[in-house]
Design a protein around this ligand. Structure first.
Ligand SMILES: NC(=O)c1ccc[n+]([C@@H]2O[C@H](COP(=O)([O-])OP(=O)(O)OC[C@H]3O[C@@H](n4cnc5c(N)ncnc54)[C@H](OP(=O)(O)O)[C@@H]3O)[C@@H](O)[C@H]2O)c1
Length: 240
């Protein structure tokens, strides 16, 4: 006999479920949106590149299925507008994938302080703002929160401030899991190894494809209501 919370999730028609994705204009976020839409999720697509989002939303079936919302995740007002637009369009948010982020060169004398500032703000503060903007709706839906950390958020890479930001995201996922324990909200950290996306200036060899990571996200989302997949670390075969 399922609990009331589980019954609520089980009663929901799959096509009613709404997944909000940041960093949806490219790479892992776009691949996840495509795979989720195939699995009957309605999707809310957020990133800064408006045209790319609109074209993806059109590809996924237009306004009934996919909403594109331009959003710089470092902007609190924009994040509030994003959550508001999702609720206005679809009435609920069942899952949130805080995925927007980017990297940088290794070396504490590399890159510029401005690049560091944007990276730290996007990867850490931006993810935290996504949580802040969407947790009220996830409490309502007893939903699912997923964050993109990285293998670099599990092992320290030499001279990598990016690795430091992803350790913060790993901690954020666990901090959120502990805070939300008892709310019915599930929390999953996605920790990819090297993935062939525009994250890299030069295409990496022997990397995962964006769809490989999207499958991991959909695996976590598709578990029975009592199962909370807390972490998925996935490397291409042979990555150290
Ligand atoms: N590729 C890898 O090997 C790898 C491995 C582990 C983890 N990751 C993580 O996976 C996530 C997705 O990266 P990806 O590999 O899919 O790279 P990607 O193709 O470059 O995608 C990055 C996404 O983040 C968005 N973004 C960046 N800054 C943003 C901001 N300020 N506000 C809103 N959106 C922003 C980008 O969209 P706009 O530019 O349109 O805003 C884009 O949609 C990142 O968090 C990355 O750190 C990647």
């Amino acid at each position: 006999m399922p609990s009331a919370e589980h019954a609520d999730r089980l009663d929901r028609a799959p096509e009613d479920r709404v997944l909000l994705i940041t960093g949806a204009s490219s790479g892992i976020g776009a691949a996840t949106a495509r795979m989720a839409a195939q699995g009957s999720w309605r999707v809310v697509l957020a990133a800064r590149s408006e045209e790319r989002l609109e074209s993806l939303a059109a590809e996924l079936g237009g306004s009934e299925q996919a909403l594109s919302v331009p959003c710089d995740v470092t902007d609190w007002d924009a994040q509030q507008r994003l959550a508001g637009a999702a609720l206005e369009a679809f009435g609920r948010i069942d899952a949130v994938f805080a995925n927007a982020g980017f990297g940088g060169q290794r070396g504490f004398l590399a890159d510029t302080p401005e690049h560091w500032r944007e990276m730290v703000l996007t990867n850490i503060y931006g993810a935290a703002l996504t949580l802040r903007a969407t947790i009220p709706a996830l409490r309502e839906s007893r939903g699912h929160l997923l964050l993109t950390s990285s293998v670099a958020g599990r092992r320290v890479l030499p001279g990598s401030l990016y690795s430091c930001t992803k350790h913060a995201v790993t901690a954020m996922g666990e901090a959120a899991r502990q805070e939300l324990n008892g709310s019915g909200i599930r929390v999953t950290l996605i920790e990819p190894g090297m993935v062939d996306t525009p994250f890299f200036d030069n295409r990496p060899a022997g990397a995962l494809q964006d769809a490989d990571v999207a499958r991991a996200v959909l695996y976590a989302l598709s578990q029975p209501p009592h199962v909370d997949v807390n972490e998925i670390l996935v490397r291409p075969v042979g990555q150290p």
